[in-house]
Design a protein around this ligand. Structure first.
Ligand code: G16
Length: 560
């Protein structure tokens, strides 16, 4: 079909600045006429010369407005000289599946339509994220370029005549302005599942499940439904009734698709009944995971990635691709550091944001990485991968013949235990949150930091002295790019840390995050509840940061 594109006049919207992971705003903002068009055009313009004749992967988590956004991308991409779009059926693709497809098809990049774990629907959030040709989230030099273009945009190009049925797996060819334009609708699971089968021994996992381990997987009405049904029900013969909430819904069934102890509390309650020995939940776009053992034994994400690192030999992929290095985000607990130091591996610490792992992986220096924010992954793709984490754990259980709790107990015995907690204060009004952060920055500034360092706090029988305080900065070891202002750190004389950040993924108001990490080598304390173990440090962190004084808020919304 021969079609012509047109140029539409527009004017810039302020604030189209991608955060920790893409642009996330209320859905009502994205629906504003020209808002999505402007951002998509700015993203394509930022790709520059590489765009002409390029292939792009497009998909999202099924939330409200996703289908319309896919149609907008089709029309704008066609008019901007893109050669081909590879789109998941019905517009659905998990974030890890987009990364997998970009790499497999050697695409120029991909556009992911998701606000991840943020609620969806007309009153929820929407998001758009650009991933580059390595399959990973665009680094800051590219997201800054997108932002700069969006601030000056005066027009976008569009080809209105293109009609594509997203529901049909089929390839359609068009001629736009005399050039070929192809839209390929693909099965959203197939390529990704193929990759999982190359990485893991599905036979060994099936044997474990056949031997009596009962698993329950909660897709939280996000994109993971089809992936869970195909992987667990069809391949591993897990009963369908153990695959929960597998129907992707535009508002995630009215829930918050965030797999943590608060928003996936129903899974926690179910696991407490003792019927299941393994439970997992994913977020809206399938890159985050929460793991629970028998009787709702919670595996902290910082521990999870440390255990996977220490047991990489249980996963066939790492036999073929030996582990080159480990990495964690700065606020993630030091559990992985113990594995790196005892097992003789290199460890990298990077700022929060999966994009910081990509360079290290591309340079062949990093194999396994993770974040406290329920993100776990490896160099098989360039995104965190919830289903990969679940299969990694099942491989470990199959190989070790132990329960999750037993694996953790043995791990702590060998490496020691890092107690970790994150307190989230969601919906803090902009002004007090910003003032609070500015004050913290001032407290750790060159002139003032002397007043902090050396201050001691006694809580019960323990005394903690601040040994270092700063605003975390990072120099990428590959490209030597400097990233500033990544979180205020108080580091105590025993190595314990208290960290404060403003989230880069909230769409309105501010989400304040406080992280506490403390190493314990006394085996008699390994069984303690982390909130009990960390209470003194939590109190000190709240006191030093003066959070309540600045915001008037006493209680967190989510505790992990
Ligand atoms: C994104 C990033 C993660 C980050 C998380 C939380 O995850 O990819 O690297 O840890 O946000 O970031 P923040 O603390 O700034 O809210 P997702 O799953 O939301 O895409």
């Amino acid at each position: 079909m021969a079609l012509t594109s047109e140029v539409v006049s527009t004017s810039p919207f302020s604030g189209q600045k991608p955060g920790t992971s893409g642009l996330r705003k209320p859905t009502s903002t994205f629906i504003t006429p020209n808002y999505t068009e402007n951002f998509v055009q700015s993203t394509l313009a930022a790709i520059g010369d590489k765009l002409a004749g390029a292939d792009l992967v497009v998909g999202g988590d099924g939330r409200y407005f996703m289908r319309q956004a896919v149609h907008i991308i089709i029309q704008i991409a066609a008019a901007n000289g893109v050669r081909k779009l590879i789109i998941g059926q019905n517009g659905l693709l998990s974030t890890p599946a987009v990364s997998c497809l970009i790499r497999k098809r050697q695409a120029c990049g991909g556009i992911i339509l998701t606000a991840s774990h943020n609620p969806g629907g007309p009153n929820g959030d929407f998001g758009i994220k650009y991933n580059t040709s390595n399959g990973g989230p665009a680094p800051e030099n590219i997201t800054n370029k997108i932002y700069e273009i969006s601030e000056k945009i005066t027009e976008y190009k569009l080809c209105r005549g293109i009609e594509v049925d997203l529901g049909l797996i089929k390839t359609s060819e068009f001629k736009v302005d005399g050039k070929p334009f192809i839209v390929e609708i693909v099965d959203c699971v197939e390529d990704y599942l193929g990759l999982m089968k190359e990485i893991f021994d599905f036979g060994a996992i099936k044997k474990l499940l056949d031997s009596g381990l009962k698993v329950v997987i909660n897709s939280m009405h996000g994109v993971m439904g089809p992936y869970v049904k195909r992987t667990f029900h069809q391949e591993l013969q897990v009963p369908l009734e153990s695959c929960l909430n597998c129907d992707p819904s535009e508002d995630f069934g009215g829930h918050h698709p965030d797999p943590n102890l608060t928003y996936a509390a129903d899974l926690v309650e179910l696991m407490k009944k003792g019927t299941y020995g393994f439970g997992a939940a994913f977020d809206g776009d399938g890159d985050r995971n929460m793991l629970l053992g028998e009787n709702a034994f919670f595996v902290n994400p910082s521990d999870s990635v440390a255990v996977i690192s220490a047991n990489a030999s249980c996963i066939p992929y790492f036999k073929k691709n030996p582990v080159q290095g480990l990495a964690r985000s700065m606020p993630t607990s030091g559990a992985m550091d113990r594995v790196a130091s005892i097992d003789g591996m290199t460890l990298f610490e990077v700022p929060t944001g999966w994009k910081f792992f990509g360079n290290l992986m591309d340079a062949g220096r990093l194999s396994i990485c993770g974040e406290e924010s329920f993100g776990t992954g490896s160099n098989h793709i360039r995104e965190k991968d919830g289903l990969w984490a679940v299969l990694a754990w099942l491989s470990i259980l199959a190989s070790r013949g132990q329960t999750m709790e037993q694996v953790l107990q043995e791990h702590w015995k060998k490496y020691g235990r890092n107690f970790f907690t994150r307190w989230d204060f969601e919906g803090v009004p902009d002004e007090p949150a910003t003032k609070w952060m500015d004050n913290l920055r001032d407290m750790v500034s060159k002139d003032k930091v002397k007043e902090l360092v050396g201050r001691s706090f006694t809580k019960g029988s323990k005394t903690f002295t601040i040994a270092q305080a700063d605003d975390y900065r990072y120099t990428d070891p590959i490209e030597h790019r400097l990233t500033l202002k990544q979180g205020i750190r108080l580091i105590f004389d025993d190595g314990s840390r208290a960290i404060f950040r403003l989230s880069g993924t909230s769409s309105s108001g501010k989400t304040v995050r406080m992280y506490i990490d403390s190493f314990e080598s006394d085996q008699s304390k390994y069984g303690m509840d982390s909130q009990d173990a960390l209470r003194p440090l939590v109190e000190i962190a709240l006191e030093v940061s003066q959070f309540k004084e600045f915001t008037g808020i006493e209680k967190p919304t989510v505790i992990t």
